[in-house]
Design a protein around this ligand. Structure first.
Ligand code: APR
Length: 230
């Protein structure tokens, strides 16, 4: 019986696609004040700055291409239908563009817009601005559909259920600094799953994993998948 695998991905899996990470040397949080661009208070203070920040990230994500790591995970899902769930912290759509189907975006998606007044969601335009109005309720309360610090991540019920049922939990390209995602390895381990970290370097939660492989995701993830599916 194919194992049930829960795979948590972070910014590191998209690094080789040219999308910046947050906490590496020149990461996004070394160039932007996260309180200004990734919190509800920051959006309330300066919505134009926040839209500008996400418009640039949306353009970068649209110009990027999935890399060998994204493609390897899509191959794993094809070869083991129904056995693989990707829980991504990333807001890009590179997993889907590589062919993955069962993907949960716990921090939302750059490709979606959200109305803060009525909760409507729709495909985000290339550039959003403070004066945009909601197509459903006409309120000028439009924001990127991304989860900011201090807000509750999406899909947590489904994620908790999957972690309890997992045979194997794999974390790829995440530094292990942001909860609740950083705690998933312990949740899975407590439920009996084996755990594996695939990262450029040991994460902050490296000691929670049974095993680890270090290197660029574009190399170590295809190697790992090839060993699993032959
Ligand atoms: N291959 C594999 N891992 C890599 C690569 C690569 N080519 N490049 C970088 N990494 C690793 C880094 O070593 C680091 O451990 O990816 C990780 C990136 O960590 P962060 O920049 O902290 O990104 P992430 O863990 O996804 O951040 C989590 O924090 O700011 C919030 O919402 C944001 O979703 C994000 C969350």
């Amino acid at each position: 019986m194919a194992e049930r695998i829960v795979i948590l991905t972070g910014a590191g899996i998209s690094a080789e696609s040219g999308l910046g990470t947050f906490r590496d040397g020149d990461g996004l949080w070394s160039r932007y004040d996260l309180n200004a661009v990734a919190t509800p208070g920051g959006f309330a203070r300066d919505p134009a700055l926040v839209h500008e920040f996400y418009n640039a990230r949306r353009a970068n994500a649209r110009a990027a291409a999935p890399n060998a790591a994204h493609r390897a995970l899509a191959r794993l899902e094809r070869d083991w239908p129904g056995a693989v769930l990707i829980v991504t912290q990333n807001v890009d759509d590179l997993h889907e563009r590589a062919g993955s189907r069962d993907v949960l975006h716990m921090h939302g998606e750059l490709a979606q817009a959200l109305c803060a007044a009525c909760g409507a969601r729709w495909p985000a335009p290339a550039a959003m601005a403070p004066g945009d109005s909601c197509p459903a309720c006409a309120a000028r309360a439009v924001r990127p559909d991304v989860v900011w610090f201090g807000e509750y991540p999406y899909h947590m019920d489904r994620i908790a259920k999957a972690l309890r049922a997992a045979d194997l939990f794999v974390a790829i390209g995440t530094s292990g600094h942001v909860y609740p995602a950083a705690g998933f390895v312990q949740e899975a381990a407590q439920a009996g799953a084996r755990t594996l970290e695939l990262n450029l370097e040991p994460s902050a939660t490296a000691s929670d994993f049974d095993a680890a492989r270090f290197g660029p995701a574009g190399v170590i993830v295809p190697d790992w998948v090839a060993e699993l599916v032959g």
